[in-house]
Design a binder for this molecule. Structure first.
Ligand SMILES: [Zn+2]
Length: 485
């Protein structure tokens, strides 16, 4: 067994998961941000389960994730079989741990290739926010007595269904902000562009890609993306997330035209070419690597210090996945720059803004900005910080603080005065005529005689002024113990 030392929060996660899973057929979701080592937690927990005679399936939807999990489990001294498209299912089924592609596992179950006595006592679902998908449901139905552990960095679903439908407990041992504080992740700095998302339609819970492309396929927007990179992260390794392949190719062209070496990859890029481009990227041949959604999950990337969000998304999970790709620490890296061309930081807040996660369905929010931390731009470097910062998180320049305070004072005084004005003034009733000596004098200071004068000149009924006087006596400055000006 390799000498692997688990971090404090990883041990906490394991202890809490074991408590949550103590009952038969129980289930729990483990929320760990990208880069916190969820596979390590899964491997150690698996080791403990197997030591007590348990059998474990680790289920994922991408071959990369299955391979990573298998390597990790083997590093923990476990004997691992694999259920995937090219594997003969029955052969290594006697091993206590199976790393499975969900599609292949689902087929194997349906076609009776897995006998009942080989069903596991525990099932891990990697990227547990996908649990609603039909293939996952088939696995759950086939092994109803297995205890389930969902692993996710983002316990949100676009369709509004809650993970509580599949998991009874939630374990969340550490947040992105705490991982940054501990140095396990680097901090993010933010360069934000003005964006117009007016009238963009929705499809499948996110912005309709064709409409978004139409809006973003503009010369000045491509140029703006390149300029942000040149201004804030020149020469740094960056990955760029685009709306569709056409958008990604045009973005790459815009970078290349300005002398910045950029390349594009997508799901249809042949594996050999994909591997070669990634190696070239690691070696420094390319500065910017553009894609659509290839790099969101389970994709091993060289160390990057800049993430370009060249698209809008309504999905907080997708936003965190994209931004989270740049937070892994590496020698000489002090921060990750997030260049946001799609209004995502304003819609979803900063990557490390504390979020309350729940297994219950999310309550419908009235606007995209509800609950988002207010932010401000540093005049020295042009990057953005939470409103509470007294100095810029990127360049250290001090923020001026007196503006908000002044506004607050003015607001209080205005409210106070309006509240206690006589009815005639409060209702913004126009005095049809005022005697010249009352022009500019506060109604609080008018005498009974002067109120009567105003009544006569305005043509109001007799008795009007006594009503105003009564109010003045009850609520006026003297009644409140204040000294009239
Ligand atoms: Zn600054």
């Amino acid at each position: 067994v390799a000498n692997i030392v688990l971090r404090e929060y990883q041990l906490t996660a394991i202890a809490e998961l074991r408590t949550a899973l103590a009952a038969p057929a129980s289930s729990a979701v483990l929320v760990l941000p990208t880069g916190a080592g969820k596979t390590t937690v899964a491997a150690e927990l698996t080791r403990l389960m197997v030591a007590r005679g348990g059998t474990v399936w680790f289920v994922a939807h991408l071959q990369e994730l299955v391979s990573q999990a298998r390597a990790r489990m083997e590093a923990f001294g476990l004997s691992v079989g694999e259920i995937g498209p090219q594997k003969e299912v029955a052969r290594r089924l006697e091993r206590p741990v199976q790393c499975c592609m969900v599609q292949s596992l689902s087929v194997a179950l349906r076609t009776g290739q897995i006998p009942a006595h080989r069903l596991p006592t525990f099932i891990f679902f990697d990227e547990g926010h996908h649990t609603a998908a039909g293939t996952y449901q088939r696995v759950i139905d086939a092994a109803p007595l297995a205890r389930r552990i969902g692993l996710t960095a983002t316990p949100y679903r676009l369709d509004g269904k809650a993970l509580g439908e599949w998991y009874q407990a939630m374990v969340e041992p550490i947040t992105i902000g705490e991982l940054m504080d501990a140095g396990h992740l680097v901090r993010a700095h933010y360069a934000l562009a003005e964006v117009d998302l007016e009238g963009l339609g929705e499809r499948g819970g996110d912005y309709a890609a064709d409409q978004a492309f139409k809006k973003f396929n503009k010369r000045q927007l491509y140029a703006g993306t390149v300029t942000q990179y040149e201004n804030h992260a020149p020469g740094e390794k960056a990955i760029c997330f685009c709306i569709n392949v056409e958008h990604s190719l045009a973005t790459v062209q815009a970078f290349n035209e300005r002398g910045i070496a950029a390349a594009h990859l997508d799901g249809s890029t042949p594996l050999a070419q994909r591997k070669r481009v990634l190696e070239e990227f690691a070696a420094g041949r390319w500065q910017v690597l553009s894609n659509v959604a290839l790099f969101t999950e389970g994709f091993d990337l060289p160390n990057i210090s800049c993430v370009i969000l060249n698209r809008p998304t309504k999905s907080k999970a997708l936003y965190l996945q994209m931004g989270g790709r740049g937070l892994r620490p590496s020698p000489g890296k002090s921060r990750c720059l997030i260049i946001d061309m799609g209004g995502n930081v304003k819609a979803h807040s900063f990557l490390d803004t504390p979020a309350e996660h729940s297994l219950e369905p999310a309550k419908k929010k009235k606007g995209a900005t509800v609950g988002v931390r207010p932010m401000k731009m540093c005049k020295s470097c042009g990057l953005w910080d939470p409103i509470s910062f007294t100095a810029c998180g990127a360049c250290g320049a001090a923020y001026p603080i007196e503006v908000a305070k002044q506004e607050e004072v003015t607001f209080t005084v205005v409210t106070d005065t309006r509240q206690f004005l006589p009815p005639a003034v409060k209702k913004r009733q126009r005095f049809k005529a005022l005697p010249p000596e009352l022009e500019g004098v506060s109604p609080w200071q008018w005498t009974a005689e002067q109120w009567a004068q105003v009544r006569v000149l305005s043509g109001y009924k007799r008795g009007w002024e006594s009503h105003q006087l009564e109010w003045q006596k009850m609520h006026g400055p003297e009644a409140e113990g204040r000294v009239a000006a």
